[in-house]
Design a protein around this ligand. Structure first.
Ligand code: PEP
Ligand code: MG
Length: 571
């Protein structure tokens, strides 16, 4: 038995066999073959096997992820039946007497670069399909298994160095009982996705992939952040009992699923959810979310080879708005950069990606990308209660520029005969200290603020949110952070505007009584945190929380704040 310590990223306990998710080595060498006929047959067999595999994945995707994801695999199947691709490979094998993997790689590369250089979205998508399919067929030819998390059909715990948000989105909850990674923190995006999927997860163990072999029994305790490898009978029994207790607690929370969030003195606050994909809305509704307080649209742009089209985006935004049936949906425009990369944009590597060319900075420069998103958003606006939010705003001018582009796009759409809602609030993330300090000026311009503490804390404390070695400086309860939050809330309320918070702090049980006392209007968090938060708030008095505001703001350290809150509010 071996114990690893990491960061509990998604609550719950899972016990299952380890499944290691690793990028396979698909490098191919050129080899001469003597029997081209047999080589062509070997190629045909690999294509057939890939087709069978794709049929299974497609059926699975249709059931679990919906028609649009299944369509991706239909496109892959089409590629595998296309003589325009298959025949040149066969010809190359026989005319040059080379091995199938080499012939396929050369032929596919030629098509991919040809399609990619065309100024045509459709052809660019075909290039991506060919690349994916080639990987699969080469995997069969080399006898290398391509890990496919969506194909897992027994209960497992995924073990990997890191999980990309798109890997995470593919996990099938029926079989994937938990995951653990070497790197990452509570606010890294794989952790955030794990909470959306309600899969217990421990991230940042530093050595999960080093210590855990495929097939070994593993316990992942997402509450305490522990991972037990090869547990004893006693440890299994202990963790099963801990899990039963957790499930009991969940059942208790579930009683409030259809209730509003009201304090003991009758004050209502809004509990909203953060989502990354339209599929997450189900969890929001099941957990009693009153709104979507943050839709991180960048996940639509990730795990693929080119930008999503206007239509793809329109479908996603419309789906979220429709599913929320008129409840508010705050959609954040593209926030790429930091730990969220888009390799296909070919942006130069930066020394400080979290301080670099990202989010609104990129959108104001690459206006085509931004305008496509705004068009899709505005067209979807008639299907629900849309609010649009710009990320990483540092100056009032950036907001004005972004807003004027939005109005320009709206005008164009109306001229083209599209319908656009007349009632769309436009707000900003407050996640850069300059914006918090100047909140009184911003409050005159925006309809709302949403405080992004994940970034606000890292920028205020100058402590990278991904770096475990400076994580002691990642202090949500530091009075410096609380004073910035207060500046924002007071400035907004003075102008009659509302303030939400969509950083992870909003769902934190120590932060909640403080934020209630500071007057926060909307708390947006991982869906699974909503019911515990509602339970907690329903036992708090807003007037009492407010009475401690000055005292807390005059404290000098995190430790002082935490011990006061724990004692006073029984957290
Ligand atoms: C934040 O910075 O607090 C936030 C909500 O955005 P993200 O975590 O996506 O950077
Ligand atoms: Mg942020």
């Amino acid at each position: 038995m071996l114990e690893l310590k990491g960061i509990g990223a998604s609550a719950g306990i899972a016990i299952a066999k380890a499944y290691r998710l690793e990028e396979p080595d698909l490098s191919v060498e050129k080899k001469a073959v003597t029997n081209s006929e047999a080589e062509i047959e070997r190629f045909a067999q690999a294509v057939e096997n890939s087709k069978k595999e794709l049929e299974v994945i497609k059926a699975h995707a249709l059931k679990e992820l919906g028609q649009d994801k299944a369509d991706i695999f239909s496109a892959h199947l089409l590629v595998l039946s296309d003589p325009e691709l298959l025949n040149p490979v066969k010809e190359k094998i026989s005319s040059e007497s080379v091995n199938a993997e080499f012939a396929l790689r050369e032929t596919a590369d030629m098509f991919v670069s040809m399609f990619e250089s065309m100024d045509n979205e459709y052809m660019k998508e075909r290039a991506a399909d060919i690349r994916d399919v080639t990987k699969r067929v080469i995997g069969h030819l080399l006898g290398v298994e391509i890990p496919n998390p969506s194909l897992i059909s027994e209960q497992v715990i995924i073990v990997s160095e890191d999980l990309t948000p798109s890997d995470t989105a593919q996990l099938n909850r029926e079989f994937v009982k938990g995951f653990t990674t070497d790197i990452g923190g509570r606010t890294s995006h794989s952790a955030i996705m794990a909470r959306s999927l309600e899969i217990p997860a421990v991230v940042g163990t530093k050595k999960a992939t080093q210590e855990i072999e495929n097939g070994k029994l593993v316990i992942v305790d997402g509450i305490s952040g522990e991972v037990i490898v090869d547990p004893s009978e006693d440890a299994i029994a202990e963790y099963k009992a801990k899990n039963d207790k957790f499930l009991e607690q969940k059942a208790e929370w579930a009683k409030l699923v259809n209730e509003p969030t009201v304090t003991t003195d009758g004050q209502h606050v809004e509990l909203a959810a953060n989502i990354g994909t339209p599929a997450d809305v189900k969890g929001v509704l099941e957990n009693g979310g009153e709104a979507v307080g943050l839709y991180r649209t960048e996940f639509l742009y990730m795990g693929r080879d080119q930008l999503p089209t206007e239509e793809e985006q329109f479908d996603a935004y419309k789906s979220v708005l429709e599913q929320m049936e008129g409840k508010p949906v705050v959609v954040r425009t593209l926030d790429i950069g930091g730990d969220k990369e888009l390799p296909y944009l070919h942006l130069p590597k930066e020394m400080n990606p979290f301080l670099g060319f990202r989010a609104i900075r990129l959108c104001l420069e690459e206006q085509d990308i931004f305008k496509t998103q705004l068009r899709a958003l505005l067209r979807a606006s008639t299907y629900g209660n849309l609010r649009i939010m710009f990320p990483m705003i540092a100056t009032v001018n950036e907001f004005k520029e972004a807003k004027s582009l939005l109005l320009e796009v709206k005008e164009t759409l109306l001229n083209e005969g599209h319908k656009v809602s007349d009632d769309i609030q436009i707000g900003i993330m407050v996640e850069i200290p300059s914006t918090a300090v100047l909140a009184d000026q911003f409050a005159k311009e925006v309809d709302f603020f949403s405080i992004g503490t994940n970034d606000l804390i890292q920028y205020t404390m100058a402590a990278d949110r991904m770096n475990e070695r400076v994580s002691y400086l990642y202090q949500p309860y530091n009075p410096a952070i609380l004073r910035l939050i207060t500046l924002v809330i007071e400035a907004a309320h003075k102008e009659g505007k509302w303030v939400g918070m969509c950083g992870e702090m909003a769902g934190d049980e120590v932060a909640i009584p403080i934020l209630l006392g500071l007057g926060l209007d909307e708390f947006s968090m991982s869906a699974t945190s909503i019911l515990p938060a509602r339970t907690q708030i329903s036992k708090l008095s807003k007037a009492e929380a407010e009475s401690f505001k000055e005292k807390i703001l005059s404290m000098s350290s995190t430790e002082e704040v935490v011990s006061f809150v724990k004692e006073t509010f029984n957290v």
